[in-house]
Design a protein around this ligand. Structure first.
Ligand SMILES: Nc1nc2c(ncn2[C@@H]2O[C@H](COP(=O)(O)OP(=O)(O)OP(=O)(O)O)[C@@H](O)[C@H]2O)c(=O)[nH]1
Ligand SMILES: [Mg+2]
Length: 589
């Protein structure tokens, strides 16, 4: 893989807009999972990039409201950075304390933004803000390789707080879970402890403001609490559990010696080799999750594609069923009564032609008047247009409209997924997807117009090629035109494939009488057949257009091929590829 394409891919990997654009219709049961994955993936990628670029171990403080997280956090910072206080909740957004050398302000993951800088000098600290994070930079060499992150509480009703705390936790290599005696058994906190455990970050449990009853010491209280929380010893590493004593209220009682000692011990623990090892383990863990998610996206896309193929087959089945019924009905519309009418009209046309047979031979090619009197206008294009316009009025769009309606009803019944809130269900139910009666009418008129111009052009060519002066002259072309108009009317009036047989049987007596001997009998048959085919195709196309609208609506729901190609490539990356691509290239801030 070229360096440039690797960087391009890594930018896609981190780009929430790219992932938001990766959609599926949710026809499969796995489909709905994709949305969540597509929110996670860019966050994970940004997290990994930030972890690779910020040379420090992240320690995050989490827990219930009022448990003293910010108080403990300040003890770690060695100064008042996060504001503490009695009102609940106090901390409203993440507060980060980091060394200038880390270059953190340019390297934070985008999803944690916006970043606000805070002055550390005024000593009152800040409470953070709901959106984004507050960054305090320092030059304290003791904390050079540690980033400290205070978070809003996990258990208050402010949903935004939980989100903000969870987002910060993505960056955490070490978590300090602060609980208080009255709060440790809370459900929300307990389930948070469970997920932290499954993530595998180093998890320190602090029983804060510990105030053991008479006769029990801090260690005894801690043992009691951890035993109650985690009787199986599966959740908490007992080595990483500590009880910090409640400091009696009073001036200067911000954080006690026990807090400071604990802070110093933890910082020492991670400042050297253990911190580096921790960071590596976390990077590996984030990549493993990211890779698993990329593979899952591929699985979902494959399942969705399979469902789309099956869906299109179902749609095709309904389409064929409706078109078949429509064409059958069109043929059935051509009743015995109409059959007689057509035969009579044909006889009329040929009767006139027959009647003119005598004068025709005598007068030659110039006398057109008798023909006009006989009502045949095959020799003038204006007259022919009039004939065609009259014939077109016999076309009836209602059966086509009914077929389109029946098709739409069947699609709603058989092709809309059960899950009504899925993108597919919502798209297929959009009313503007259905052809309106006006749409059907205008398309049906267009079909007839095309048939008419085709017929006219075809006729003109035949007339031009007709050897003038011979019997195959103006009279016979006029008679042919008359017969064609009857065919046209019959076809658009619902004759379709039967018209050929009917016209044939109507002409048959004249063939034997010799009246049509020079008449383009074969041409008449083939033109009639073609007209019938063209109408059939035309009305099939109208239903097809309706079907195509559904197919297009489904395809618009994804998955998009170039995006899938990117996912395929990214899922094929090794950890080394990912590390190389994400640790360099443009920074996001
Ligand atoms: N007396 C006494 N007060 C404490 C102790 N620890 C914390 N406090 C006070 O308890 C209140 C809450 O402490 P914070 O550190 O703001 O608690 P928090 O967990 O950050 O709270 P939120 O930001 O609301 O989630 C503050 O008024 C602290 O001064 C302690 O050991 N003794
Ligand atoms: Mg706080």
């Amino acid at each position: 893989m070229g360096r440039e394409s690797q960087i391009r891919r890594s930018l896609q990997l981190k780009d929430p807009a790219f992932w938001a654009g990766l959609k599926v219709p949710e026809l499969s049961s796995e489909g709905p999972e994709l949305r969540k994955l597509c929110e996670q993936i860019p966050k994970q990628a940004q997290t990994l990039a930030a972890k690779l670029r910020i040379p420090a171990v992240w320690i995050a403080f989490v827990g219930g409201t009022g448990t003293g997280k910010s108080t403990l956090y300040n003890a770690f910072c060695g100064r008042q950075i996060s504001r503490t206080g009695v009102e609940r909740p106090k901390t409203r957004g993440a507060v980060i304390y980091a060394h200038e050398q880390t270059g953190i302000e340019h390297r934070l993951p985008g999803f944690l933004g916006p970043v606000r800088r805070m002055e550390t000098e005024d000593g009152t600290g800040c409470s953070g803000e709901g959106q984004g994070l507050t960054l305090a930079l320092h030059r304290d060499p003791a904390l050079e390789s540690i980033v400290l992150a205070d978070t809003p509480d996990l258990d208050s009703l402010v949903e935004e707080h939980r989100e903000s705390a969870l987002d910060i936790l993505r960056m955490a290599d070490v978590v300090i879970f602060v609980a208080s005696q009255e709060k440790y058994a809370d459900d929300v906190l307990y389930s948070m402890l469970l997920s932290l455990r499954s993530w595998g970050t180093d998890l320190h449990f602090v029983l804060n403001k510990a105030d053991p009853p008479r006769g029990m010491d801090l260690a005894g209280l801690l043992a009691e609490v951890t035993e109650a929380l985690d009787p199986e010893q599966a959740l908490l590493d007992r080595e990483l559990c500590v009880a910090l004593p409640f400091i009696p209220a009073g001036p200067g009682a911000q954080a006690g010696g026990a807090h400071q000692e604990f802070a110093a011990a933890v910082c020492r623990m991670y400042a050297a080799g253990l911190g580096t090892e921790r960071r590596r383990t976390e990077q590996h863990r984030v990549w493993a999750h990211l890779k698993a998610d990329l593979e899952r996206v591929q699985e979902i896309a494959a399942a969705e594609k399979g469902e789309i193929v099956a869906w299109e087959e179902r749609l095709q089945g309904i389409f064929e069923e409706c078109v078949h019924r429509l064409l059958q009905r069109e043929e059935a519309r051509f009743q015995a009564g109409q059959r007689r009418t057509v035969q009579e009209e044909i006889r009329n046309v040929f009767g006139r032609y027959d009647f003119l047979a005598g004068p025709r031979r005598v007068i030659g090619t110039c006398l057109r008047l008798p023909l006009r009197l006989a009502g045949l206008s095959g020799d003038s294009s204006r007259g022919r247009q009039k004939d065609l316009d009259k014939a077109k009025n016999k076309g009836d769009a209602r059966p086509v409209q009914e077929a389109v309606d029946a098709f739409n009803a069947l699609v709603l019944k058989r092709c809309v997924p059960q899950n009504q809130s899925s993108p597919a269900a919502r798209a297929l139910r959009r009313p503007e997807l259905a052809l309106t009666p006006e749409d059907v009418e205008s398309r049906f008129m267009a079909v007839q117009d095309r048939m008419a111009s085709w017929l006219n052009a075809r006729f003109e060519r035949m007339a031009r090629e007709a050897p003038r002066g011979k019997a195959w002259g103006i009279y016979s072309t006029s008679a042919l035109w008359g017969a064609l108009i009857v065919s046209f009317e019959t076809v658009v009036g619902g004759g379709l494939s039967l018209v050929e047989v009917v016209i044939d049987s109507a002409i048959a007596p004249y063939v034997t009488k010799g009246a049509v001997e020079l008449f383009a009998y074969q041409e008449l048959r083939s033109i009639t057949r073609e007209l019938s085919d063209r109408l059939e195709q035309g009305i099939t196309d109208i239903v097809q257009e309706q079907k195509d609208r559904y197919v297009q609506a489904m395809r618009d729901l994804g998955p998009d091929e170039p995006a899938l190609e990117a996912v395929r490539e990214l899922a094929g990356w090794t950890e080394k590829d990912a590390t190389a691509a994400l640790s360099t290239g443009p920074e996001h801030r």
